[in-house]
Structures are given as structure tokens and as C-alpha cells.
Write a protein that binds this ligand. Sequence first.
Ligand SMILES: Nc1ncnc2c1ncn2[C@@H]1O[C@H](COP(=O)(O)OP(=O)(O)OP(=O)(O)O)[C@@H](O)[C@H]1O
Ligand SMILES: [Mg+2]
Length: 327
Amino acid sequence: MNEDILLELNNLTVSLRQDKEMIPVVSGINMSISRRKIVGLVGESGCGKSMTAKSINHILPSIARVTDGRILWHEDNGSVTDLAALSEKDIRRRCGTDIAMVFQEPMSSLNPMMCIGNQIKEVLMIHKLERDPVKARQKVIQMLADVGIPEPELRYRSFPHELSGGMRQRIMIAMAMIGSPKLLIADEPTTALDVSIESQILRLIRKMCDTYSMSALIITHNMGVVSALCDYVYVMYLGTIMEQAPVGELFKNPLHPYTKGLLSSIPKIEGNPEFLSTIPGTIPMKRTTFKGCEFCLRCSDDIKKCFFEKAGLKKVNADHYVRCHVV
Ligand SMILES: Nc1ncnc2c1ncn2[C@@H]1O[C@H](COP(=O)(O)OP(=O)(O)OP(=O)(O)O)[C@@H](O)[C@H]1O
Ligand SMILES: [Mg+2]
């Protein structure tokens, strides 16, 4: 066993109830996040990224359920806990202190009626991390300063609507960090921000991971975010991991036609401004009966076998795996 692993998803399957049938939207994925590493999960809209993340801390929508697999948390004492098997009470206890989450749109996660300082302080009080309200307030002010909020003592009393989008996302990061979690899950943390604020927020997440020796799972559809922030990346298509590799290796040597499509969709300054490369077609509906590769209907490299048989995950290089018959 690798001692440095913090979280492992083991054959994780998440299904949605539809007409009395359970349709898998995440199909038996394996993933591991090492301590102090930033892992990216990338894929188009609807491919199952958020379902994967929400299954970790039990916040799936009511029609979704983990139907198979395990979510293994490696404790500091060497024991392993299956988070999927924990009761709601036990998982709540871990949220904020072991695992914290930052979402795409901070306005929908913040309480508009409460000043931001007290919202962050609540995390300390609820988890009994600080019982003294004066010390708790000091810790919040320090955290606001750490995430780059100017005049943190003054800002403590601000309400969410008084802050810019970038500042609100910093507040969400402060709220996530105040319980010193071991894992930060950030679901599209910069999608709602403009590019200059995006790069500031990405730098902040990197700094927080380094300062607090924290791991992170970054969910995004943006390969630029992956290259700027992550150490390792999983490429997901229709609930299946198609390719996984260290980030440098993936960008240098992408092998799956879907990964190549995602990378060639990044606009290039020197390219022809009138021609933006795209992946043809759209994500189809998940079909439980389909035996072939999920991507074959959009793939230009497909062979006959792709329609009838799913490919296994093949090791092609150190830590680089791909699921494709053609590679
Ligand atoms: N509350 C819900 N009710 C019904 N279906 C849902 C619900 N949430 C997600 N789904 C479906 O589950 C599948 C996976 O959704 P998920 O939210 O994980 O995608 P995603 O990769 O996070 O996409 P995005 O990049 O748009 O956030 C999609 O087909 C989506 O339509
Ligand atoms: Mg999502």
C-alpha cells in the first residue's frame, strides 16, 4: 500500500433513478489522491464530475445513489475508512475538518443575511475547533488576510452582496480552509470568474495546498486550469475514466482521441482566429445496454471492435493509463 495516499475511489459507481431503473452516471471509476497533491478531474458538461465529487461527502441529489464501490479514506494512524459506508452524522463531522468543498457559484453557497466573518466563524464553532468567540474572530480575520482579502477586520462585517465575484470565491476558500481540512474539493471554482481573477484564485488554491500540506481534487472542463494547477489528471467521458496521467505527460503525449479533442479545443493565440477546433457531436444519453466504447460515436479513429467491446485501462507509461482499442 502506498503510505502517501489520502483518498481512493475504488470501482465507484453512482446511479440515477429513472423510471424505476438505476442508470449509472459514474461507472466503476478508480481514482487516487495522494497527500499534498492536486488532482484534476476533467471532462465535458454532464460527464459525471460533480456526481463523483458529491458522492465523497454524501451530498448527492436525492435521486442519485452510490450503487457500487468504495471511497477509502486513509487515516493518519494508517487505518482505512470507507466513507461510502459512514452514517450521515459521521460524514457531517468530517465535512469541514477532513474534507471541505468549494463550489462554482459562491453566491448560492453563502448566506445573504449574515456577515461573511460570522459565516466563517460558524465553521469553527460548529466543529468545536475554537470555543472562545474572541479567539475564533481573530482566527477568521487571520484567514481572511491569508486568502488575500484587504482590510480583513473591516471586511469581517461585509455581507456577500457587497463583495466582488473574485472576493466571494476567496471567502468560500477561507470558509473551506478554516477547519484545516486534509482534502479540498473544488467543483469548477473559477468558471464564473474572468481570466485574471481566475488565475489569482488558482494561485491562491496552490498556495493554500502548499501552506497547509493539503490535497485537492479540482473539477473542471478547462484544460487550462488543469495545466496551471494540477499534478495529476483524470479525463472522464460519460462516467468512465478514459485516460489518466501526470499533467506534464498528458499534455506532451495525449493518447485517447477524447483527450486529444479536449486539448485541441483550447484556443491558440497563433492559430487561425476563424477556426476553433471542436469535438464533433454531443454527449449522448447514457445507455446501460451499450457494450462498446462510450466515445466511439464521436471518434474519428474508431474501429469495428469499438462498437462491440469496451477497452480496458492500459498502462502505457509510468502512471499513464489509457482506455482505447486503437492506442
Ligand atoms: N439533480 C439531478 N437530477 C437528475 N439528473 C441529474 C442531476 N444532477 C445531475 N444529473 C445528471 O447526471 C449526469 C452527471 O451530471 P454531473 O452534474 O455529475 O455532470 P458534470 O460533469 O459535473 O457536468 P457540469 O460540467 O455541467 O457541471 C448528467 O447526465 C446530468 O444531467
Ligand atoms: Mg458539475
